[in-house]
Structures are given as C-alpha cells and as structure tokens.
Unconditional design. Structure first.
Length: 445
C-alpha cells in the first residue's frame, strides 16, 4: 500500500484541511493492517492505596484549631450569663425589704454563729470582715449593681468577678437560706468568670463593633485601678478568716486583665494571638464544665428518684401538691392532684427525662425534645409549687444546650422588634457575625 495514497487525517479545529494532523494516532485510529502491527498502548500504573492517617491528622488539626482559635457556643454562653444574672438580680430585688433578716445582722443566723461555721469550713464571704450594718449595705448594693451590669454585658470580665464575690458572700453568710437553685447559682457564678460570656449580646460586643481599633479606654482603666486599690485594702485590713485561694484567684484575674490591656495596646501581633488562644481554651473548658455540671445534676436527681418508693409507685407528685407551703394556687393544685393518671404520668415522665437526658446529647432531635420537656417541667414547678427562682436558675442552666439556630432566630426577632419600636435607630447597623459563625454546629447547640 502506497503511503502517499492514504488521505490526510483531519486535524483539530482551526487547522487547514490539507495539513496532516499533529494529534498522535492511536491503534484504533490506524487502518486495520497498520493497527495489527502497532505496539499495545501503555497502561497507567495502579494508584497507590490512600492511607487514612493523613485524613485523621487533618481532622485532629481542624479540631485543635477550632478549640484554640474560636469561642465555642458564644450564644449559649450569653444566654447562661443573662439567665443567671437576671435570676440573682430579681431575687435580691424581691428580698430587698427582708435583706437584714436573710443575710444581715438581724437574721436568726447571727454574725457570731456564721463566723464559727466559716472558721470551720473556710467558706469565702466578705461579710465576715465586719458586722456593721453599713458594710452589709455596701456589699448588698454591689451585688445588685454587679448583677445588673453582668445582665447587660458591661465590662463582663470585671463584673463577672464582682458577681461571683456577691453571690458567694451572701450565700455563705447564711447557708440555710435558699431552695436548691442557690446551689446552681453558686456554681455557675464560679464558672462564668472563666468564660468569654460577653462575646455576643452584650454592651461589650456593641462597643467592639463600633470601635474595633485599640484605643484608650478611660472607663476600663479607672475600673481596673479601683479594683486594684480594693485588693490592696483587702490584703492590709481584711480579717484573716476564709479560704486563701480565693484571694490568689482575684489577684491573678486582676493581673491578667492588666497584661491583656498592655498586650493589646503595645504588642497586637503574636502576643495578642497567644492571649486569645489561652482565653479561648479557658472559655471552652469552662463551657464543657457547665455542660457536664448540668448533666450531672439531672443524672443524680433522676437516679436518686428511682430509688424512692413514691417515685416507683407514681405518687411522688401528689404529696407536694397537698402541702400549704408549696401551693400558691390551691385550686390549681387540687385540680391536678385529683387526677391520678395525670399525677402518675408526670411522675414517671420526670424520672425518665432526667435519667435519659445525658444520653441524648449526641442525637440533636431527641436532645431538643427532652430539653423542651425539662424547661416546661421547671416552668410548671414555678407555677404550681411556688419556686420561681429555682426554676429560673435551672432553665438558665438548661439554656447551654439550646440550638444555635433557635437563638439566632430569637436575635433576628429581637432586632426586628427593636427596629419597629425605634425606627431609624442603630440596631440594624451593628456588626453581624460572620456566616461561618452562624452556621457552625456544636455539641452545645
């Protein structure tokens, strides 16, 4: 066969039809006689198996980056801050006319008796520094003011510490006052100090959005100096009773705030990044402790109820409904106590929800259903048994598991309502969280 008689192959588009194609010929494109003598096409070698180790390493690296580089559950932490500050504030305001009988010098648990108990158990309370009425009024006023400031999120690093001091001082002064919710407030006041609870929904977040660049902060500097003088006065003049680790903690927190300001002011590079990493680690660890504390409260309460005979036969709810002390609405209590089936169902449902809740945290839908059931249960306790502050404290603790989507929906509704009430305001012009922060899902949400 004469090669010159073979018609030229058509090239790719753009080439003249008379020019030979520069595309390499494959055996399938050759005529049959030439294809028979062509060497076999080279086959690519099999790809090496992919090791799962790099994938696992990447997941571990992403997890470490997330724990150290982000504030987990900022909306849930803000709700916990608002809930406990509001609960303690409302309690102090409601009991304001009776404050001297509850925690002051006119109470049945006198100052001398409290001094003997604290000398034995080494509890922390600044009310043991003096038995004067003026000192008690100052401590009570600081407790009310710090609760209000923490509620709105003004200087949350400092006000959370003052909130803790107020809670511990009043509760440890009279240990027999309270209804169970005071124990939850006692614990959460300690944990909130280590969280970045003003990251969202606070005046601090509003101020940062309007003034992101480092600037001189006269109010913050004045507050830091005043608290420093207070700590020096404590060292010089305080009574030497109580637990010394609390004063060490207060000094460390005060010094850490000073170091934070210096670094943000004069070294905003890598030192600031390092401080952010440490603050994120403390926040995320404290958030994990809050979650574990809530689970522990419900787990122990549920398992102790299982051991009680009244909970086993389904009649436990009947008896508090017949006590005058726990019946603010006697007609409503009698109506509920008269339904035996309803009493039995509520009794068993309470035990089931409390025992099952810690095991449902990794199933979002079931967790949200049980979370709503527990909040409704505490709302019923506030209404039927007359324990509003216990219920508010437990609902505030439960809020750490609220879904982020639900909290963002509440934020959007609140902004919309604010714009309707105050047209032309600045509520709609504040800095919004980044999209990735709004869509991120965590265990708490």
């Amino acid at each position: 066969m004469n090669p010159s008689s073979v018609p030229p192959q058509a090239g790719p588009p753009g080439e003249s039809p008379g020019e030979p194609s520069l595309t390499p010929l494959t055996p399938s494109a050759l005529p049959a006689p030439l294809a028979a003598t062509a060497p076999p096409a080279a086959t690519a070698p099999p790809a090496p198996p992919v090791s799962p180790a790099p994938f696992a390493d990447r997941r571990v690296a992403r997890a470490i980056q997330r724990v150290t580089g982000t504030v987990l559950g900022p909306y849930q932490t803000a709700v916990v801050r608002i809930g406990f500050a509001a609960t303690w504030l409302f309690f102090l305001l409601r009991e304001f006319p009776h404050r001297h009988e509850l925690y002051g010098p006119q109470g049945p648990w006198g100052w001398g008796m409290a001094r003997q108990l604290i000398a034995d158990n080494h509890s922390f309370t600044v009310l043991m520094w003096s038995d004067s009425t003026l000192w008690f009024e100052i401590v009570y006023a600081v407790a009310v003011l710090s609760s209000a400031l923490l509620l709105v999120g003004w200087r949350t690093r400092a006000t959370s510490v003052l909130f803790m001091v107020g809670v511990l001082s009043l509760q440890n002064r009279s240990v027999f006052m309270g209804d169970g919710g005071d124990n939850v407030i006692h614990l959460m006041a300690l944990y909130l100090v280590f969280t970045r609870c003003g990251h969202v929904w606070s005046l601090d977040a509003r101020r940062r959005s309007r003034r992101p660049a480092p600037a001189v902060d006269p109010a913050g500097a004045a507050l830091w100096v005043v608290l420093g003088f207070a700590l020096v006065a404590v060292v010089l003049f305080r009574d030497r009773t109580g637990e010394p680790w609390m004063f060490v903690l207060l000094w460390l927190l005060w010094l850490a705030q000073g170091v934070w300001w210096l670094v943000c002011r004069f070294a905003p590079g890598e030192p600031r990044v390092l401080l952010d990493v440490v603050a994120n680690l403390l926040h995320n660890a404290a958030l994990a402790v809050i979650m574990a504390e809530v689970c522990l409260i419900y787990a122990t309460a549920g398992w102790y109820k299982i051991q009680g005979s009244r909970w086993q036969d389904g009649t436990a709810l009947y008896y508090p409904l017949k006590l005058d002390y726990f019946t603010p609405w006697p007609a409503l209590s009698d109506l509920l106590a008269g339904g035996g089936v309803m009493v039995m169902l509520i009794t068993y449902a309470t035990v089931i929800v409390q025992v099952a809740f810690p095991f449902t945290l990794f199933n979002r839908r079931v967790k949200n259903v049980l979370l709503a059931a527990m909040m409704l249960e505490h709302a019923g306790i506030a209404l039927l048994l007359g324990l509003p502050f216990f219920s508010l404290a437990m609902i505030a603790a439960d809020a750490v598991f609220l879904p982020t989507v639900f909290l963002l929906w509440l934020e959007a509704r609140a902004r919309w309502a604010g714009e309707r009430v105050r047209p032309g305001g600045t509520a709609g012009h504040e800095k919004q969280p980044a999209p990735e922060d709004r869509t991120r899902r965590t265990l708490v949400g």
